[in-house]
Ligand binder design. Structure first.
Ligand code: ZN
Length: 438
């Protein structure tokens, strides 16, 4: 079957993304935000407008909502592909140049919270399937389209909840595409690398509890919980875990070496970081386990030594190096400090090969002759962790051709989040090619 592009495929993506940004769906992580019900209503309306009959669903409460739509493919015997995007955004703090919930267009960009994380991807997916309906196009295989709440707080009211409670959404699904990948990095005028996410780190959010002897601040105390905790936290904060190369990292280093015509030693992350500039921030932490102290709590009065002091640690672990992390981390704990894992989630890694990976490359090349795809390992986490529990093979692929001067990595959760209109239109064209033929 030869592929014929839809002529007006990129005509409405900008307006869809702008409309989604205008609905505040801030996720504060504690269920106090506006929730995703209103933005889910907006997505549902966008699908119904062209004739689809999606399901708007609730998860743990009526505030937490999303939208599901299964689009039948030409060949019902093929396994389905899940295309997913989250509807929540992180809080918009700091001083913005334009209203973070305005979705305004200035300097050829759509501005606002969610512009790159990830109402851009939601709008791209919506623009593709709306065009299908208008033009009577069917994808090759079933597409399970899913817009989710609560990604930004780990998906307990979103992806994980759905995997546990609505397994029918994932029936026959073998692979998935969502965030964070598909964005470009210009090497030179003849070569653009597109980073495809094939792996992500696991999460260990831990509470450390130091126990000591409570007492008067004016007296000697040889087991002071504050001191014990401080020593441990300081050790953890200064600790550098060894560099470790997963198969994704090995493939990435090889690809970057080739692209820049350099011979980068895989153990030499600094050279890699140097050539990639700001993009390296996305992958700079992908070569080792990390553990960062983020919160401290102790005491209630200046002249009282408390019996307990606690700290929170955000640790991220490489696929295949989880046990190594635990062994090494536990050695950093002081004698009177114990560890309590608050949230733990798996690391993921899949091969950068196969028909779907080839189609990602072909779809990008059709719209950008200078495109070359490279795999990478995301140092953060996404909803893919939940879907992987069902054995679904997950990729980060929301295509965006970015202008070289844009510091894309800084826009994620940053002030003045924005996305170029041209990047969105490119994304819609590539995504349509990909989803229809996948
Ligand atoms: Zn996101």
């Amino acid at each position: 079957m030869t592929y014929t592009p839809i002529t007006d495929i990129d005509s409405e993506v900008t307006s869809l993304v702008s409309q989604l940004i205008q609905v505040d769906s801030t996720n504060f992580g504690d269920d106090t935000g506006p929730g995703e019900a209103e933005v889910a209503e907006c997505v549902e309306a966008m699908l119904r407008e062209v004739g689809y009959e999606p399901e708007r669903f609730e998860t743990s409460s009526s505030k937490r909502q999303g939208v599901f739509l299964r689009i039948p493919g030409e060949d019902p015997t093929l396994p389905a592909l899940l295309a997913h995007g989250h509807l929540d955004v992180v809080p918009a703090v700091g001083k913005w140049s334009h209203n973070p919930f305005g979705g305004e267009i200035h300097d050829g960009m759509v501005w606002g919270r969610g512009a790159v994380d990830m109402k851009d991807g939601d709008g791209i997916l919506l623009s593709v399937v709306r065009a299908w309906k208008r033009h009577g196009i069917k994808p090759r295989r079933d597409i399970a389209l899913l817009f989710l709440p609560d990604e930004e707080a780990g998906g307990r009211h979103g992806a994980h909840w759905l995997v546990d409670n609505r397994p029918e959404f994932f029936e026959g699904v073998s692979e998935a595409v969502g965030e964070v990948g598909g964005f470009s990095f210009q090497v030179n005028k003849d070569l653009n690398l597109y980073f495809i996410q094939t792996a992500e780190k696991g999460i260990r959010w831990m509470q450390l509890i130091a126990e000591g002897k409570a007492g008067h601040g004016a007296m000697h105390n040889d087991t002071n919980a504050v001191t014990e905790l401080a020593e441990t936290v300081s050790r953890i904060g200064k600790h550098r875990f060894e560099r470790r190369l997963t198969k994704t990292n090995i493939a990435l280093v090889k690809a970057i070496s080739e692209a820049f015509n350099l011979d980068i030693d895989p153990s030499d992350v600094e050279s890699l970081v140097k050539v990639l500039g700001p993009t390296a921030r996305t992958i700079g932490a992908s070569f080792a386990n990390t553990a960062k102290p983020t919160m401290l709590e102790a005491g209630y009065k200046v002249n009282v030594v408390p019996g307990e002091a606690t700290a929170m640690i955000d640790a991220r672990v490489l696929p295949g190096f989880e046990d190594e992390f635990d062994l090494e981390f536990n050695k950093l704990l002081g004698e009177n400090v114990r560890r309590n894992d608050v949230i733990s989630d798996i690391a993921l890694e899949t091969e950068f090969e196969g028909a779907m990976v080839d189609l990602m490359a072909a779809s990008l090349s059709a719209e950008d002759p200078n495109a070359r795809t490279v795999p990478y390992l995301l140092s953060g986490g996404t909803d893919a962790k939940a879907f992987a529990r069902l054995g679904i093979r997950c990729f980060g692929f929301i295509p965006l051709q970015l202008p070289p001067e844009l510091d894309f990595a800084a826009l994620f959760h940053g002030v003045d989040e924005r996305v170029p209109v041209a990047s969105l239109e490119f994304g819609a064209r590539v995504m349509e090619r990909f989803l229809r033929q996948a």
